[in-house]
Ligand binder design. Structure first.
Ligand SMILES: Cc1ncc(COP(=O)(O)O)c(C=O)c1O
Length: 467
């Protein structure tokens, strides 16, 4: 169907062009559209988007004209798409005073505006708008309130040393939001166009972004089903909105390692579930285990899926972090290992960043593979465990010192605080790229390297200037 094919082309086009694989996209010089789904379109030069055999759009330069595609979808099915050129900005007349930097506790304070676009099955998307931040008006029967049809993202913007607002790999967050939405049967949205609207929101809120390393704006794109029905059915109305919270450094007084409670009783994710999507429901059930872990002196939970092998489950992830272990294997080789993206792990942007960096350094083995709890126990007992850390947008890298089991036994790995601080405090911009300096604190080195990109100390395609 025309609309479906166009929509799938837009979906593909919103990712990296080298990933486009769609029967509807073909190189210009290719007179006959390929219909093989397995043939990559490949090069980033001019494409035509085909519907049937009629060329509809041509891209100039390296980018598909997504606006034109979106407009064609509208023409094709009469439903409006999200288009950044339709964005309306209604500025507040009563901006709030900016808080002192010391008051910036994570997620407590919101900026003055929000970005929103509503979808309706009969009309498609409303024109996106930036409006003064205000409570939502929802029907008490709205599906999101009853069946948790909601997904979200967490991403940050930074003030670069060059005075430009910068986002870190925002395309990855848009891709993940679109995947989460698909899993909940929320309607597709135009990722590139919506990201353009988010950038405009950042420009509107520029004064909220502290010009100080460690500080940032945390963006929360949120997507909810608003259909007023108690029926468990595909949404016929939805709202996609983004709010912003200014945040301070996660470690204002130096990096501290945390203690995780090893939870085999509660599962965060399971085969066939939604563990790989960022849906609100994944988090609701983690609050109670988190409270129980806190009562035992642990800051977070490490979920280990007890899959029948008594005391030897599969290591998953922490409440809101992916986990990594740097150890010496039994053959003496140093290896950084993390659980694979098997459907039960959230594909973290920081996880992917860490994997890309360490692979580019080529200093030790890197593996994404299932990790059994017994392997962790053995590595700690045999003094082969070198470092443990979690990764996530909020914290970047979170060292882990202790894993506490329900029987009260604890596995502890020494944390080299001085070496970690040395890396974090070193002159920015000196660590990106292949450095052969011995790594005694991988956590510290990764943190410095990633911050260098985020704050624009080193050039990288991962850092996307917004202003
Ligand atoms: C369950 C879970 N795992 C991992 C992460 C880390 O993902 P990211 O690096 O994209 O922030 C998060 C945070 O978003 C999370 O909620």
């Amino acid at each position: 169907m025309l609309t479906t094919r166009l929509r799938s082309a837009v979906r593909a086009a919103s990712g990296t062009l080298s990933h486009i694989r769609a029967a509807t996209l073909c190189p210009c010089e290719d007179a006959i559209p390929s219909t093989s789904d397995s043939a990559p379109v490949g090069s980033a030069e001019g494409f035509r988007l085909y519907s049937g055999t009629a060329p509809l759009f041509m891209r100039a330069g390296g980018r598909l004209d997504v606006s034109a595609v979106a407009a064609a979808i509208e023409d094709a099915d009469g439903l409006a798409s999200i288009r950044s050129e339709d964005l309306v900005v209604n500025r507040t007349t009563t901006p709030k005073p900016k808080p002192a930097l010391s008051e910036l506790l994570f997620g407590r304070i919101m900026t003055d505006h929000m970005l929103q676009a509503a979808w309706n099955v009969n009309t498609g998307w409303s024109a996106p708008s930036i409006d003064p931040l205000a409570p939502l008006q929802l029907h008490p029967a709205a599906q999101v309130l009853h069946y948790g049809i909601e997904c979200f993202e967490g991403m940050k913007a930074y003030m670069g040393v060059d005075g430009r607002i910068r986002m870190f790999r925002p395309d990855k967050n848009m891709d993940r939001l679109a995947r989460s939405a698909q899993r909940l049967n929320l309607p597709d949205f135009e990722k590139v166009e919506y990201l353009e609207c988010i950038k405009e929101l950042l420009r509107v809120e520029r004064d909220w972004l502290p010009d100080k390393e460690g500080f940032s704006l945390y963006l929360r794109p949120t997507y909810i089903a608003t259909t007023p029905t108690l029926g468990i059915a595909p949404p016929s109305a939805a709202l996609l909105y983004t709010i912003i919270s200014p945040v301070g450094p996660y470690f204002p007084t130096g990096v501290k390692p945390i203690k995780l409670f090893v939870d085999t009783r509660h599962a965060r994710a399971w085969p066939g579930g939604v563990g790989d999507c960022k849906v609100g429901g994944n988090y609701a059930s983690t609050i109670r285990p988190q409270v129980q872990a806190a009562a035992l002196g642990c800051q977070q939970v490490l979920y280990v899926l007890d899959n029948g092998a008594e005391g030897d489950g599969i290591v998953g992830e922490s409440g809101a972090m992916n986990v990594f272990f740097l150890w010496r294997r039994k053959d003496g080789k140093k290896e950084l290992v993390t659980p694979p993206l098997d459907g039960m792990i959230l594909p973290g942007v920081t996880r992917d960043t860490v994997l890309s960096l360490v692979r580019s350094w080529s200093e030790f083995e890197v593996a994404e593979r299932p990790i059994r709890w017994r392997e962790i126990e053995a590595a700690v007992a045999e003094n082969r465990m070198l470092e443990m850390f979690g990764t996530g947008t909020a914290v970047i890298i979170q060292p882990i010192s202790t894993l506490l089991k329900s029987d009260g036994t604890a596995l502890t790995v020494p944390f080299d605080s001085a070496e970690t601080s040395r890396w974090i405090d070193r002159k920015p911009g000196t660590t990106y790229g292949a450095q052969k300096e011995p790594t005694t604190s991988l956590a510290g080195r990764l943190m410095r390297t990633i911050m260098d990109v985020q704050y624009g100390h080193t050039d990288s395609p991962w850092s996307v200037p917004v202003s």
